[in-house]
Design a protein around this ligand. Structure first.
Ligand code: GLC
Length: 429
């Protein structure tokens, strides 16, 4: 599909979870986990006056790390809006005189990145969202709310109205990431068809995730033979890389984007220092690309608007690797070849990228291709042209093509050494 082209070439984006929950510093689900009422949450709303919000710097970090787009939380489940809305006073415009969505969009657009907005379908602040008996609402088991009356239609009018604002007031929006459906709260319960029609009429090229029908759980109708209007454009696996990518029953590929945290929380969590090392994220990114997906890597800036030092370090390390190796990620996807024992293979047209993560003895076997198909082999790390190795050692395996990286037993790039193999013709998958 045309509108998906840039997205499937981009492969790597930045997720940004930032809102009032950063003030509490215990993740964005703090209200649910600690059953915090609207009244008790107000202390964090009042205290939230970030002084170091610097979206220009965020955009620079993202761009240098090879990210081509970002998705920013305009409103999370707590209901607090990081944008100017005519429909509520529960906004950063009201508390701080700032429209953070606008500032984010301007900075990221200026950096040449595509713009995504996250909008929570769930709303723990709105009086007309189901409280008692809902599976996740902070007041789900508070008897005071047992006979509480609400008008869900009123909530839907509000929610549709806010999405209309986001799709009308900020120029071109490239992705709308609605979050999420559960139990019977799905598709038409959200008046989903009407919502999608409205979104697409305002933003004809916008890409939607599948969460008007699903969440990290389930795929929705997108993987079926007859996707409905609310299916969205891509599947959104959360905190997992699907073992075989995502496919329909007939084996055809469905676009997907794995969203992954750097530590173990989306929103800022003061005590969570369990960061994934850059080497792991780089290797997981190549895994995602080799399976035909995108990675949306999260940062959770703190209450002052600072991205943590750990995250900055990881992003800079990714940038270092990307500088030399980005061509093996951007525009690349599933190769149709079996995964080699030392790493992964990605493909862009007639170029195959062998990602070598484990040193081999006796040369590196370029599995899945024949010598006669190869035009040129190049090491991305140094740009050096490599020759096919023909030795008495490899001679016993005449059907396998080997390359030799020289006397140094350690890989030139210990994170992921990429060998580009230019084929005479594109291999068919
Ligand atoms: C979720 C969570 C949420 C997070 C997100 C990211 O389902 O509720 O806190 O924003 O998805 O994928």
């Amino acid at each position: 599909m045309d509108r998906m082209k840039w997205f499937e070439e981009a492969r790597f984006g930045m997720f940004i979870h930032w809102g009032v929950y950063a003030e509490a510093g215990r993740g964005e689900w703090v209200r649910n986990i600690e059953r915090i009422s609207n009244e008790d949450y107000q202390q964090y709303v009042d205290a939230f006056h970030p002084e170091h919000f610097d979206p220009v710097y965020w955009a620079k970090l993202a761009k240098e790390a090879g990210m081509k787009y970002a998705v920013f939380t305009a409103k999370h489940h707590d209901g607090f809006c990081m944008f100017d809305s005519a429909l509520t006073e529960y906004t950063s415009m009201h508390t701080n005189g700032r429209d953070y969505v606008r500032e984010y969009i301007e900075a990221f657009r200026d950096a040449g990145l595509k713009i995504g907005l996250y909008y929570s379908l769930i709303d723990w602040h709105h009086p007309d969202y189901p409280h008692y008996g809902d599976r996740i609402h902070p007041e789900r088991d508070n008897p005071l709310f047992k006979d509480y009356e609400y008008d869900f239609d009123r909530y839907l009018t509000y929610m549709h109205g806010q999405i209309r604002e986001l799709c009308s007031n900020y120029g071109k929006i490239d992705i709308l990431w609605t979050d999420y459906s559960y139990d019977d709260m799905t598709a038409e319960k959200w008046k989903g068809s009407e919502l999608v029609d409205m979104i697409r009429s305002l933003q004809p090229d916008i890409i939607l995730n599948n969460r008007l029908e699903a969440s990290g759980e389930g795929f929705g109708s997108l993987i079926s033979d007859h996707p409905s209007v609310t299916s969205g454009d891509f599947v959104s696996p959360e905190q997992i890389i699907p073992p075989n990518g995502i496919r329909r029953k007939d084996g055809s590929h469905v676009p997907w984007e794995a969203c992954i945290t750097m530590n173990n929380h989306w929103g800022y969590c003061r005590d969570d220092h369990y960061f994934k090392p850059a080497v792991m994220i780089i290797r997981k990114l190549t895994e995602v690309v080799s399976k035909g997906g995108n990675m949306l890597l999260n940062v959770g800036p703190d209450e002052e608007g600072r991205i943590s030092e750990e995250s900055v370090r990881v992003l800079k390390d990714i940038a270092g690797w990307m500088k030399k190796n980005h061509v093996s990620v951007h525009g690349c996807g599933y190769s149709g070849l079996e995964k080699p024992e030392y790493g992964r293979i990605t493909k862009n047209g007639n170029k195959l990228y062998y990602h070598v993560m484990e040193p081999m003895i006796g040369g590196i076997p370029l599995t899945g291709i024949k010598r006669s198909q190869i035009e040129e082999i190049r090491l991305l790390n140094t740009d050096e042209i490599l020759e096919i190795s023909d030795t008495w050692i490899t001679g016993n395996y005449p059907d396998t093509v080997f390359v030799d990286l020289g006397p140094e037993p350690i890989l030139p790039d210990p994170i992921d050494t990429v060998i580009e193999v230019k084929c005479k013709e594109e291999l068919s998958i």
